[in-house]
Design a protein around this ligand. Structure first.
Ligand SMILES: Nc1ncnc2c1ncn2[C@@H]1O[C@H](COP(=O)(O)OP(=O)(O)OP(=O)(O)O)[C@@H](O)[C@H]1O
Ligand SMILES: [Mg+2]
Length: 215
């Protein structure tokens, strides 16, 4: 499975979700590679931190930039069971190239109108990529949404998505929880914290099942 986390809006949780899922996938015994295509290198720093803390299992991570990404990912897909791509914060060569080779694309957004406005171009990119890769599926993931259960942002965003025929809304929502920041600082997934935040762990498990499970 090649799963890509991307989107043009910065700070939506792409690296957070990609790193959490990579750690969980490795823990499940899968041979997983995290590909960091963002020059900021946050996913790479996370794996370095994980290595320094000697957290098992290791998560293999490589940085890849430029147009060659497509061919390289195809080649790496023969050597790893799963590839998770953290595809930067802007519209980029890497984002376009990654979408063409991905099986599943996930676009984290915060439930704000400003984030929703960035989806038009993602929708176009997915449509273009479908010309080369008809099996591609793309979901919007509500990320960093309010932990207050009274806030009904999911339904509102669902309504806004009707304008983007190539993007579906993921069933799982990841809310803004301190555990995600804590885990990031120590090269862990929220499922590896001690003590865990059960809500954060449940949310990421639900997303894990959606990313790697049957559609
Ligand atoms: N669910 C969450 N709960 C709490 N904090 C979060 C959550 N998701 C992300 N964050 C925090 O928000 C900030 C941005 O998250 P992250 O780096 O994952 O976003 P990004 O989309 O990869 O950003 P960029 O566009 O810069 O690559 C980080 O400080 C991260 O720890
Ligand atoms: Mg990032």
């Amino acid at each position: 499975m090649i799963a890509l986390f991307g989107g043009e809006k910065g700070g939506t949780g792409k690296t957070t979700l990609a790193t959490n899922l990579a750690a969980m996938r490795a823990k499940a015994g899968r041979d997983v590679l995290l590909i960091d295509t963002d020059p900021q290198g946050s996913a790479s720093y996370w794996t370095q931190c994980r290595d320094e803390e000697k957290i098992e299992p290791r998560v293999a991570c490589v940085q890849k930039f430029g147009k060659g990404l497509q061919a390289e990912v195809r080649d790496l897909a023969n050597r790893y069971q799963d590839i998770i791509i953290d595809a930067g914060g802007r519209e980029s060569t890497e984002l376009r190239a990654g979408i063409v080779v991905a099986d599943r694309v996930f676009v984290p957004i915060q439930p704000s109108q400003f984030d929703v406005w960035t989806l038009g171009r993602m929708d176009d990119m997915v449509k273009t990529a479908q010309g080369f890769n008809p099996n591609i599926n793309a979901w919007v993931v509500l990320s960093r949404s309010s932990p207050n259960p009274a806030v009904t942002e999911t339904a509102e965003v669902q309504g806004m998505l009707v304008d983007f025929p190539n993007l579906k809304l993921a069933r799982s929502t990841v809310r803004d929880r301190i555990a995600f920041r804590k885990a990031a600082r120590s090269g862990r997934s929220v499922a590896e914290l001690d003590p865990q935040d059960p809500k954060a762990s449940d949310e990421i498990r639900s997303l894990y099942e959606e990313v790697f499970g049957d559609k």
